[in-house]
Design a protein around this ligand. Structure first.
Ligand code: CTP
Length: 400
C-alpha cells in the first residue's frame, strides 16, 4: 500500500530520533520514497549521514545551502508529498505547529503541506500530560492531523508513563492502513449534519447545547477518505476540515440547518444526521439586548423547530439511506427504536450519556447500531474516528 508513495519524514530533537532509522528502512522496504526534513535539534540525536544513506536522498534541514546557495522549497516539498509524518514530534515542535511558528524548515514544510499529516509525539510523561501539550495536540486534531498516540513504558528519564513514541512498525501500519482505505463510497454523495444549533434570544444570547461536532466531522472525514463527495452542514463549532472532497456549509440555527439539509438531500445517496438540533427556539428574538432592570422575572416562550431527520425521512426516495443518532440518558434502546420508526431512518446510532467516554465533547464514543430489521450491534469504547469507520461500514452495506 505504500508502494510509490512520497512520504516526508519530519524528525525533531528527541532521543526517539534513533527510531527514525528503523522508520525509514521500513517505509523504503515497502516501496515508499522518503524525504527527511530534520530540525537543528534533531541532528543532535541522529546524523544526517545515517538518514541520507537509508533514504537515498540528501536530508533537508536549512532553508538554503550555505555552500552553494541551493534553495530548499518547502512549497514544492509540500506539494510532492502524499503524506507527512512527524516522528518523533517533541512538545516544542507540536507547539510550533499548533501556533504557526515557522522558524525552521520542518514547520514551514508542515504549513505548506496539503497532504494528510501524521504526528507521533515523544516526550516525558509530565510534558505529555501538561495542559499546554494536550491543548496543542487537540488543536492539531482540529486541523485534521492524525495523532499517533505515544505508548506507555520506560522513558529516557527512566520514569515510567505515557510519552514513549509508538514503535516504528506500528507507525508504518497506521500509514499503510491509511493508504489502504477502501474507496467503497466512490461516486456517492453523502450529506452530514454536525454540531449544535444556536437559537437566538437577543443579539448577545442564544439557547444551545454541549455538542462539539467531533463525531460529525469524523464521519465527514471518513466518508471523504472512502471516496464520497460530502456536504457537511455544520452548526457553530471550533473545528477545521481540510479534505477537498468535503463541502462545508456553516449554519447557526435549526432553521438554517433545515433549509441547507433539505436543499442538499435530493441530490444525495445518503444522509447522516449527527447534529444536536435544538428542538425549540424562542418565539420572539429581541432586536436589542434584553436588560435585567426592565424585565425582573422572565418567562421565555419557546416554539418547536422543524425535525430535520423526520422531514428528510418523509421525502426519502427509494435507495436513499437515512441515518440518525440518539443520545440518551435513560431507556436508550426504546427511545432509539421509536426515533428510528418515527423519522423513517434506515438505522440509528445510539450512544448513552451514562457511558463514561461517550457523548458530547470527548474524543471517544461507545455506540450501538439499531436497524429497521430489528437487529442491534453493540461496539466497545473507541476513538470517534474508529466509531465513524464502523458507522460508514454499515452505511456501505446499506447502499449496496
Ligand atoms: N434531529 C433533527 N432535527 C431535529 C431534532 C433531531 O434532525 N429538530 C435528528 C438528530 O440529528 C438525530 C435524531 O434526529 O439524528 C434524534 O435526535 P434527538 O434530539 O435525540 O431526537 P428528538 O426527536 O429531538 O427527541 P428528544 O429530544 O425528545 O429525545
Amino acid at each position: 500500500m505504500l508502494k510509490g508513495k512520497h512520504i516526508i519524514l519530519g524528525i525533531t530533537g528527541s532521543i526517539a530520533a534513533y527510531k527514525a532509522a528503523y522508520l525509514i528502512r521500513g517505509l523504503v522496504k515497502r516501496g515508499a520514497e522518503v524525504q527527511v526534513v530534520i530540525t537543528p535539534a534533531g541532528k543532535e540525536f541522529i546524523t544526517p549521514l545515517t538518514l541520507a544513506t537509508l533514504s537515498s536522498h540528501p536530508v533537508i534541514s536549512e532553508f538554503f545551502s550555505n555552500r552553494d546557495g541551493t534553495w530548499n522549497s518547502h512549497v514544492d516539498l509540500g506539494l510532492w508529498a502524499d503524506a507527512m509524518l512527524i516522528a518523533p514530534a517533541t512538545a516544542s515542535t507540536i507547539g510550533k505547529m499548533a501556533n504557526g511558528i515557522a522558524d525552521n524548515m520542518l514547520v514551514t514544510t508542515y504549513l505548506s503541506c496539503k497532504a494528510p499529516v501524521f504526528v507521533a509525539p515523544a516526550m516525558d510523561l509530565d510534558m505529555f500530560a501538561h495542559p499546554t501539550t494536550r491543548r496543542n495536540l487537540e488543536r492539531l486534531r482540529s486541523f485534521g492531523n492524525r495523532i499517533i498516540e505515544p505508548a506507555e513504558g520506560e522513558l529516557a528519564s527512566h520514569l515510567v508513563g505515557k510519552g514513549r513514541m509508538e514503535e516504528p512498525d506500528r507507525i508504518i501500519e497506521v500509514l499503510s492502513d491509511f493508504f489502504e482505505t477502501r474507496k467503497d463510497l466512490a461516486g456517492k454523495k453523502v450529506l452530514i449534519t454536525a454540531g449544535p444549533t444556536y437559537e437566538r434570544l437577543d443579539p448577545v444570547r442564544f439557547i444551545g447545547n454541549y455538542s462539539s461536532g467531533k463525531m460529525g466531522f469524523a464521519l465527514a472525514e471518513v466518508c471523504a477518505e472512502r471516496g464520497a463527495e460530502v456536504t457537511l452542514v455544520a452548526g457553530p463549532v471550533a473545528l477545521g476540515i481540510s479534505n477537498p472532497a468535503i463541502r462545508r456549509i456553516d449554519v447557526e440555527s435549526a432553521e438554517e440547518m433545515y433549509q441547507a439539509a433539505r436543499e442538499a438531500f435530493p441530490g444525495s445517496d445518503a444522509a447522516i444526521l449527527c447534529a444536536a438540533v435544538a428542538d425549540y427556539r424562542p418565539e420572539q428574538v429581541a432586536e436589542r439586548k434584553i436588560k435585567r432592570e426592565e424585565k425582573g422575572e422572565m418567562t421565555l416562550r419557546l416554539v418547536p423547530n422543524q425535525d430535520i431527520a423526520a422531514s428528510l425521512g418523509a421525502m426519502k426516495r427509494e435507495g436513499q439511506i437515512l441515518v440518525g443518532f440518539a443520545l440518551e440518558t435513560d431507556d436508550g434502546v426504546s427511545h432509539a427504536e421509536s426515533k428510528l420508526r418515527r423519522k423513517n431512518l434506515d438505522f440509528i446510532v445510539l450512544n448513552s450519556l451514562r457511558d463514561p467516554g461517550a457523548g458530547f465533547r470527548c474524543d471517544t464514543n461507545k455506540i450501538a447500531i439499531l436497524d429497521n430489521a430489528g437487529t442491534r450491534t453493540s461496539f466497545p469504547l473507541k476513538s470517534k474516528r474508529e466509531v465513524a469507520s464502523d458507522i460508514v461500514d454499515r452505511l456501505v452495506t446499506c447502499l449496496r
